[in-house]
Design a protein around this ligand. Structure first.
Ligand SMILES: Cc1cc2nc3c(=O)[nH]c(=O)nc-3n(C[C@H](O)[C@H](O)[C@H](O)COP(=O)(O)OP(=O)(O)OC[C@H]3O[C@@H](n4cnc5c(N)ncnc54)[C@H](O)[C@@H]3O)c2cc1C
Length: 472
């Protein structure tokens, strides 16, 4: 056993949450140790989540753009295309990301420790190196940022060859002819959209009435239409009774209503669970709550005040941007630095095809809080950029209060939605009025023009409403 090392802050996990926590501590002049069990720095985000999935998505989107120009380019995707050839840039992207992150940690003086962390007491962490050697690290503050992994479902035998989860889906050697996707959440819909666009016959099976049920209904409907046009199917309100590989060529899913869905591969995306088993939470007096996640206050403080937690470990929504902010916020609070506003204006960006993005209230939420909110719409078919690019599956909705003056939310589906949303986010954060979008001159042609078109739609409805009131 090596002698004990002492730090001001120990951060466990080097994903977006852990990295930002460590950098924040180091920038404040503290001695910080960052512990990571995997070979590389970056967490799920880099190796199994955001970066690999978005690299495949980029290939699918490029393929789709070429298809839109089918009068110029002939041919389609080969049926036996190796998946690796659609992920050619992945190694390059990961290397660039790794080197940027490693430099950032070194530059800021964060001590990187490779190994598995386990709590021994509220201030002591055991670091077990790859060769089995153990050392105790001590700290005033501990930040747990160990992330999450696909939720395991007892009755679904994931073999990572035929029945896969989001950690193994990209290990498929070839694009399958057909893919059944269990679940209607973000990961399920993103992969369903990508594979459908690449010519795979995709069937989503979910117990909910519609996929992405936490989002604006009209926005999701446009995504569903687009998926259907690519040949994708959505079996709503279906539960799966049994799943098995038939030993020859198909994964067979028996649904509760007697239906049988056969596919070459299956992606199981039925939620996530926190990575806590190795942490030995009890040794520090911590436990998960009844929802199965680690409870914290608005600063990320657990029941033991000097132990903080951040990122996916805290449960949905699982977003890298949210994880980073939580990591930064936790350490700022621990050090008595200003933490800034509560994290209530984080945009949701979903990389389906087309993309979906959301900030603030959606139409349904606004209707439950206000009597008669006004909704302005701009369809991408009305926008020159939409017509030029041929990406007409798009809709931007501005949600305004009943006076039609105050912006309450922005909901977008369509190309570049995850970029466009930031304009709405800035407007919301700065209390911009609907008229502000009308007075703003946008470059032409851009998708951003949709903001002005939707605002003009609200103006028209507002005038009508005022006219009705005056007439009455
Ligand atoms: C398929 C997929 C696509 C996604 N796409 C997006 C996207 O487009 N945009 C977006 O914002 N988010 C996306 N996400 C979510 C995003 O990846 C997560 O929100 C983010 O990675 C969470 O960061 P984190 O730091 O909490 O955890 P993680 O990134 O999971 O990192 C946790 C780290 O802790 C380490 N660890 C765990 N236990 C220990 C231990 N005992 N000792 C030492 N180290 C330990 C793990 O090895 C891991 O490296 C996606 C996720 C998936 C699965």
């Amino acid at each position: 056993m090596k002698p004990t090392s002492s730090y001001d802050i120990i951060v466990v996990g080097s994903g977006p949450a852990g990295q930002k926590a460590a950098i924040q501590g180091a920038k404040a002049g503290k001695r910080v140790a960052l512990i990571e069990q995997e070979q590389g720095i970056g967490g799920n985000c880099v190796y199994r989540g955001t970066i690999p999935s978005k690299t495949l998505r980029e290939s699918a989107v490029q393929f789709e753009r070429m298809k839109r120009s089918s009068e110029v380019f002939e041919g389609g995707l080969r049926l036996d295309v190796p998946l690796a050839s659609l992920l050619l840039r992945l190694d390059e992207v990961i290397k660039a990301h790794e080197s940027y992150m490693a430099n950032q940690l070194t530059r800021n003086g964060v001590t990187y420790r490779h190994g598995r962390a386990k709590l021994l007491s509220p201030h002591d962490v055991q670091l077990e190196a790859v060769d089995g050697a153990c050392q105790t690290l001590k700290a005033e503050t501990i930040v747990l940022a160990t992330g999450s992994r696909p939720r395991s479902i007892p009755d679904i035998p994931i073999d990572h060859e035929h029945i896969l989860d989001s950690d193994s889906i990209l290990s498929m050697i070839y694009l399958p002819r057909s893919l059944a996707v269990l679940g209607g959440g973000v990961i399920a819909c993103e992969y369903a959209a990508m594979f459908a666009l690449l010519g795979v016959e995709v069937t989503i099976i979910d117990k909910a009435e519609r996929p992405l049920s936490f989002l604006d209904k009209e926005i999701v409907e446009l995504f569903q239409h687009s998926l259907q046009r690519q040949g994708g199917r959505f079996y709503s309100r279906h539960t799966v009774k049994e799943v098995a590989w038939d030993g020859v060529s198909s994964v067979v899913a028996q649904l509760a209503n007697g239906m049988v869905v056969k596919s070459e591969k299956m992606l199981v995306a039925l939620g996530r669970q926190p990575n806590v088993e190795e942490l030995n939470l009890e040794a520090a007096g911590l436990s998960l709550d009844e929802t199965g996640w680690l409870p914290v206050n608005e600063y990320g403080q657990t029941a033991v005040p000097h132990i903080y937690a951040a990122g996916d470990l805290l449960g949905p929504p699982s977003l890298a941007s949210r994880a980073m902010e939580q990591g930064r916020r936790a350490v700022s609070h621990a050090l008595g630095l200003p933490v800034g506003e509560a994290v209530n204006q984080i945009p949701i960006g979903i990389y389906t095809i087309p993309e979906i993005a959301s900030i603030g209230l959606d139409e349904e939420q606004a209707a439950t809080r206000y009597r008669g909110p006004i909704v302005g719409r701009a369809r991408f078919t009305e926008i020159a950029k939409g017509q030029i690019t041929g990406s007409c599956d798009g809709l931007l909705k501005l949600i305004a209060d009943p006076s039609g003056e105050r912006l309450l939310g922005v909901q977008i589906v369509g190309e570049d939605a995850t970029e466009l949303i930031h304009l709405g986010q800035m407007a919301l954060q700065n209390g911009a009025t609907i008229d502000r979008f009308i007075d703003t001159i946008f470059s032409f042609p851009t998708f951003a023009e949709a903001y002005r078109v939707a605002a003009l739609d609200i103006l028209g409805q507002r005038r009508k409403r005022q006219g009705t009131v005056q007439a009455a």
